[in-house]
Design a protein around this ligand. Structure first.
Ligand code: GRF
Length: 201
């Protein structure tokens, strides 16, 4: 079967990348194949996960290459492998408007809240969950959305709600949102979009 080529962009632990790798192995992702992992951080554990799964992995430093050089290096890797879907999974580097426009409709992100709550500039990692607990909301969750030039501003693709419990800490909440929402939603969205890409081609 024809499969859409996926690139996963990471910066850290890569548990969402792992969920995608596992989904590919189990057959939950049938219409796509992870062809490349791009890290903005050479130390990211996500790179180990990619290598363990036999997936090509590269790391580029925006600091060393500059913003333009960084994106040019990434583009070269993408076109070499004919990547059709880019998945940002804990990618902490900001991509330029040019880059997101070039890949419009083919670049998605997972955010650990129910957008439009607790999203946008400055809302990443534990900060998202700290803000939700501070505000006292009783339900949070995760969102998969298309990426455009506005941080967390692109069209929403999938969302899943997660209850907040009275004793939650930012850490316990982060973990539950991953387990109950992120690791389920991201593979589901990947399969959905890859299927569309394959059916269109
Ligand atoms: C996740 O919470 C994701 O939603 C956010 O960054 C975190 C990445 O975690 N964008 P991991 O690297 O996938 O473990």
């Amino acid at each position: 079967m024809l499969k859409a080529k996926i690139a996963v962009f990471v910066s850290g632990g890569g548990t969402n990348l792992q969920a995608l790798i596992d989904a590919q192995k189990s057959g939950a992702i049938q219409h796509g194949e992870i062809a490349l992992v791009v890290s903005s951080n050479p130390e990211a554990y996500a790179l180990e996960r990619a290598r363990a799964a036999g997936i090509d992995a590269v790391a580029f430093s925006r600091k060393q290459l500059g913003a333009d050089g960084f994106e040019r290096a990434i583009e070269a890797e993408l076109s070499e492998r004919n990547v059709q879907l880019i998945i940002l999974a804990g990618f902490l580097s900001i991509l330029s408007e040019d880059f997101t426009a070039r890949h419009a409709g083919h670049i998605i992100n997972i955010h650990p809240s129910l957008i439009p709550s607790f999203c946008g500039k400055g809302f990443y990692g534990l900060r998202v969950h700290e803000a939700a607990l501070e505000r006292g909301v009783k339900v949070t969750g995760a969102t998969v959305h298309y990426v455009n030039e506005i941080p967390d501003g692109g069209e929403i693709i999938l969302q899943k709600a997660v209850d907040i419990l009275p004793d939650d800490t930012p850490e316990s909440l982060q973990r539950r949102v991953m387990e109950q929402a992120e690791w389920i939603l991201l593979p589901r969205a990947a399969e959905m979009l890859c299927r569309e890409i394959v059916e269109r081609s």
